[in-house]
Each structure stands twice: as C-alpha cells, then as structure tokens.
Design a protein around this ligand. Structure first.
Ligand code: FMN
Length: 383
C-alpha cells in the first residue's frame, strides 16, 4: 500500500512534526511516590521515542495529587519536575525529531475515591461541590502546571477538556452554576479563555505548542455536543463556537475525541462489537476541519482498524479531513508502530481485547496484555 501523506512533515504552532502519526495520551498508572516519573514510566516513553511517532502525547498528568483518576497517576509539580525533565531529555536523546506534549489534567468527578472527587454542580452526593474560589485556584494551577511542562522541556501541552474530566465538566450546557463559572456560554468557557490567555502571556518560549483535546459529543444529557442542560441529541453548534474560540485564543491544535470512558465508552473507544463508531470519530474530525480555522486537527480512534488503519489515516489526511491521525491502544500494543510501518517490520496489532481497559479499572499498572509479558502476568494474577 502506498502511503502518500502519513509520513510527510507538518507544522504545528512554531514546531514541525516529522509525520502525521500521533501517540495519544494513555494512562499507564505506573508513577512513583507522589506521582513522580518512575523507571517504568520512563521506559514506556523511551520505547515511544524509538517508535518515531510524529507527536507523542504524554498521558493525563494531574495538576495536583487531589485530582487523580488512578492511584499511581502522574502529578506535575515542582518536587517532581526533575523526573519530567529527565523523561523529555531521555526521549529527545533517542529521537530529537518527534514532538512530545504533556496532557495537563484535573479529573474532577472522575477523580478516584483515594483522591478528591469534585462536582461542578451542587447536590451530587458522592462529590465535593467546588466553590467559586476553588475553581479559580484550579485554573491557576493549570496555568502553573503548563509553565512547568515548558520548564521540563516539553514541546507543547494538551489542556485536557475531554472525556468527562474537569475541563469538559466546565464546558457542558449542564453546568448551570450561578457564579462566573457557569450558566452562559461566556461563563462556561471562562476557564479555557482565562487559562489560555494567562499561559500565552507568561510562556517564555513562543514556539511552545498549545492545544486541547475535546469530546465533540459526549452522549449524555446536557453534555458537550448538545445545546441545553437536558438535551441529549447531538448538536455540535456550541462546540463549533468553542473551537472558534480556541482559534481566537491563538491555540495551535484541537485533538478531536468524543464520549466519556466508563459512561459512553464506545463513543470514545470503538471495540470489536462497536467497530463502526470509528466512522463517527472520523466524521467529527472532518467536521472540525470544515470549520476552516487555523487549528491543526488530530483525529482519534484509529486503533480498531488494525491493518487498515494506516491506509484510512493516509486517505483522511490526503483528502484534508484531518491533519494528524491519533492512536491510543495501538501505542500500547506496539509503541514502535510508525517505525515498523515504514521499515516493513512485523507489527503487533491491537486486537481490541480490552485487557488494558480492565487493568486500568483494577487500578494496577497498565499496558498491553497480549504482547507484553509483564502486563499479561498482571492480568492473570487478578490481584
Ligand atoms: C488504558 C487507556 C488509557 C487512556 N488514557 C487516556 C489519557 O490519559 N488521556 C486521554 O485523553 N485519553 C486516554 N485514553 C483514550 C485514548 O487516548 C483514545 O482516545 C482511545 O483509546 C481511542 O483511541 P484508539 O481506538 O486508538 O485506542 C485512554 C484509553 C485507554 C484504553
């Protein structure tokens, strides 16, 4: 199969990615004490560096230990900075061409019980309702953490606003808070607007790439991709305005995803029985491209296509339906995927067995249970 576009370079912000393949953020739940970078974490990113992806997005990194979805999730703070600096430097030593971005996150209601589960709206039984000043402080921590990502040497960041995490909770029409963070479109996007403006004003390296991952449609009442607090049918007109806003804020890219893992999981991650959801993800990316902004567009959910994925990604890029193709589970099953694709070596295709998802739910270290002995044994052990 001739791949015309997949291995062409592409500018993103002030940088250039060597090809269009993106290793999407994938939580490995293998951080060290206090959310630091462990040797296992480091080794995963060394492998991805060898894989020669155009861009590697480091998994959800929390702004504080209080907003973790996984027990051993990563936290970027001043104490852990050297570990993250080392991660970038090890990555660049192996492969100076590929770009490495950090996904900066707060898990909001998706924070685990070992952390602090929070709610944007009052009356949620098992979560702490966030006061006005607490949201201000979360916004400030987002800004500080992105600045730390820059200090660590990352090429860019992903301001996480997808998959039901805090950033997405803020955007939803169901965010009917009566303070400055809820209700009107202006209030619901204040977190994004003020956060990005502050980052832009304080960043020292103007080439630092700034983007965000969005769930274009979450599939829940009042969720992202609907137009009212109790609406459920997809209508992306408000998300279109958010993307226009991202463009006005001079952000560099939008990573187009959908759904909420654990709630409307198949929309995020097509499985064997829901394979054709990949077409919705491709349609969302194309829709965002058609808005005609200057944002670079990354598509999601290519893994389920297995051997056909590279051809489909190439076709979408060729037709101008996306700029980048993002692979989640495939980056676990074969971190060397782009490298092997180019050199013709045998590829460990993900079979969508959902083993990595099961490990994630069990709160143990996460990886591919099919091709990696360590995770295979962990999966069998059931502890
Ligand atoms: C084990 C696991 C961990 C994930 N971690 C993250 C994450 O940290 N951040 C994120 O935005 N998405 C995360 N995702 C979603 C993936 O990035 C991706 O969107 C999803 O798997 C669909 O893409 P795929 O079909 O190529 O796997 C995760 C998915 C899985 C299965």
């Amino acid at each position: 199969m001739e791949l015309k576009s997949l291995f062409t370079p592409c500018s993103i912000g002030g940088k250039s990615a060597p090809n269009r393949l993106v290793s999407q953020a994938m939580e490995g739940n293998d951080g060290g004490p206090g959310g630091s970078v462990s040797e296992r974490t480091l080794n995963r990113y060394r492998k991805l560096a060898e894989g020669k992806w155009g861009i590697v997005i480091v998994e959800a990194i929390s702004i504080t230990g209080e907003s973790l979805p996984r027990k051993n999730g990563l936290v970027l703070n001043r104490e852990n900075l050297d570990g993250f600096r080392n991660l970038v430097s090890e990555f660049k030593k192996i492969n100076p061409q590929s770009l490495i971005f950090f996904q900066i996150s707060h898990s909001g209601y998706k924070s685990g019980p070992f952390s602090r589960r929070t709610a944007i709206c009052p009356g949620i039984e098992d979560a702490d309702y966030l006061k006005t000043e607490e949201i201000e402080s979360i916004k400030n921590s987002f800004v500080e953490t992105v600045l730390l990502a820059e200090e660590a040497g990352a090429d860019g960041c992903d301001f996480k606003m997808c998959h039901g995490y805090f950033g997405a909770e803020m955007l939803r029409p169901m965010n009917t808070r009566d303070d400055k963070w809820g209700g009107s479109f202006e209030n619901r996007t204040r977190f994004l607007r003020e956060g990005i403006n502050e980052i832009r004003n304080r960043i020292t390296n103007q080439d630092f790439v700034i983007g965000s991952r969005l769930s274009l449609y979450e599939g829940i009442r009042g969720g992202c991709g609907t137009i009212g607090p109790v609406q459920i049918i997809e209508d992306t007109s408000e998300m279109d305005r958010i993307i226009q806003l991202m463009n006005d804020l001079e952000m560099d890219y939008v990573n187009v995803s959908a759904g909420i893992p654990g709630v409307t999981s198949e929309i995020t991650r097509p499985t064997k029985t829901s394979k054709y959801f990949y077409l919705h993800l491709a349609r969302y990316a194309r829709h965002v491209k058609e808005l005609g902004t200057s944002l670079m567009v990354m598509g999601s959910g290519y893994t389920i296509l297995g051997k056909e994925a590279a051809g489909f990604a190439d076709e979408n890029i060729e037709k101008g339906y996306t700029d980048f193709a993002g692979f989640g589970r495939m980056s676990f099953s074969d971190p060397l995927y782009p490298n092997k694709l180019q050199s013709g070596k045998e590829i460990n295709y993900c079979t969508a067995c959902s083993g990595c998802t099961r490990l994630m739910i069990r709160q143990v270290n996460d990886g591919c249970i099919l091709y990696d002995r360590y995770y295979m044994d962990l999966h069998k052990s059931k502890n």
